[in-house]
Unconditional design. Structure first.
Length: 175
């Protein structure tokens, strides 16, 4: 993640804390730094592990509450992919697109300039849009290949059963 996005997030957090008479804590700063060091989508567990590796212990409650605040401030976005909750730092852009495999749950960010342009130009009455997340669901190539292999094996078994069914049976007693 680029430094300007991290600095914008830090300024947003500092402004919120000042406006609401909250103090700036080492925990919030460490969590903010860790969020912007994470690659792509991450879970709370992965974020906690990252903080542990940096030798900064934070309770699960502090982590959860800080992430909740970061979501309110639009520093972090929460995603629900394939039955799990993942987070992502919001960069300088207004949104992006994901492809999600409905079989294995693999998530990949995709470049869709035509879609992005259309969404940026979208005018909505009596509503200020400040971002978007688009999810395109389907089946990834590795899962498609597994499905084809399984179907191919099933077809081979079916044909073998059909051949066995039509083979003449030997009668007992005839030698």
């Amino acid at each position: 993640m680029n430094e300007s996005a991290k600095e914008t997030a830090r300024k947003t957090l500092d402004a919120y804390l000042a406006l609401n008479s909250h103090r700036r804590t080492p925990e919030r700063d460490a969590i903010l730094d860790a969020v912007f060091e994470m690659e792509g989508h991450f879970s709370l567990e992965q974020l906690g592990e990252s903080l542990d590796k940096a030798r900064f212990r934070v309770s699960r409650a502090t982590l959860y509450n800080t992430m909740k605040l970061f979501m309110q401030l639009r520093i972090v976005i929460q995603h629900h992919f394939h039955g799990q909750t993942l987070y992502e730092a919001i960069g300088c852009g207004t949104g992006h697109c994901h492809q999600v495999c409905t079989i294995c749950g693999r998530v990949k960010e995709i470049d869709a300039p035509d879609v992005e342009r259309s969404l940026e130009q979208l005018k909505v009455k009596r509503f200020h849009k400040d971002g978007y997340a688009l999810y395109v669901y389907g089946i990834c190539v590795p899962c498609q290949m597994k499905i084809r292999r399984i179907k191919h094996e099933e077809e081979k078994l079916r044909k073998q059963k059909m051949l066995l069914k039509f083979q003449p049976k030997e009668k007992k007693g005839n030698k």
